[in-house]
Design a protein around this ligand. Structure first.
Ligand SMILES: Cc1cc2nc3c(=O)[nH]c(=O)nc-3n(C[C@H](O)[C@H](O)[C@H](O)COP(=O)(O)O)c2cc1C
Length: 161
């Protein structure tokens, strides 16, 4: 088999056809809060309950989350585009205007998210220019109502079922 040379722009464009929700993966290393917008989240295993996400090598939040050993996946609603944008930025104080609380791991659970999954890191694998982080679910919950923030072809949308 001969593989074609994959152009990065084409890679992004083709993969952008896979529609996902948007999460913010958060952590807390002592008093330092960390969080970044993250599309590469997936359920991995039911028994034991595992999830995964993939932080890039250039993420400044990931080393802090790694040091904490725990993280929370916050699934954003369509009312949280501003939260998404600040968490996708390099703002040194991303939580300045974001309310949060904690559950079992102490990682920030962002106010008014659609759902949250509190986890302990069990494994970190290498995946090219990203890591693959596997976490065991310690606690989780969801809101009674709301619609997801959707990411598709590099833009945001809403899903109104
Ligand atoms: C919708 C969306 C999804 C993203 N998904 C990821 C992801 O899965 N992994 C990742 O490393 N960065 C992802 N990013 C980019 C990071 O959020 C962005 O690089 C951020 O600045 C990283 O911040 P940090 O340096 O504090 O970690 C995504 C950004 C957006 C807007």
């Amino acid at each position: 088999m001969t593989s074609v040379a994959v152009d990065q722009t084409e890679f992004r464009s083709v993969l952008g056809h896979f529609c996902t929700g948007v999460t913010v993966v958060t952590g807390r290393d002592g008093d330092t809060l960390a969080g970044f917008a993250c599309q590469s989240f997936a359920a991995l295993s039911l028994d034991p309950p595992l999830v995964l996400f993939c932080p890039g090598n250039t993420s400044s939040s990931w080393p802090r989350i790694h040091a904490a050993g725990v993280f929370c996946v916050n699934i954003l609603g369509d009312h949280q585009l501003a939260v998404c944008k600040v968490m996708a930025s390099k703002d040194p104080d991303k939580f300045a205007n974001v309310g949060w609380s904690t559950k079992v791991t102490g990682s920030p659970v962002i106010d008014d998210v659609l759902a949250w999954i509190d986890c302990t890191i069990t494994e970190v694998l290498e995946g090219g220019d990203h890591h693959i982080v596997i976490g065991r679910v310690e606690d989780l919950g969801f809101a009674d109502s709301g619609h997801p923030l959707v990411f598709y072809k590099g833009g945001y949308g809403i899903y109104d079922a």
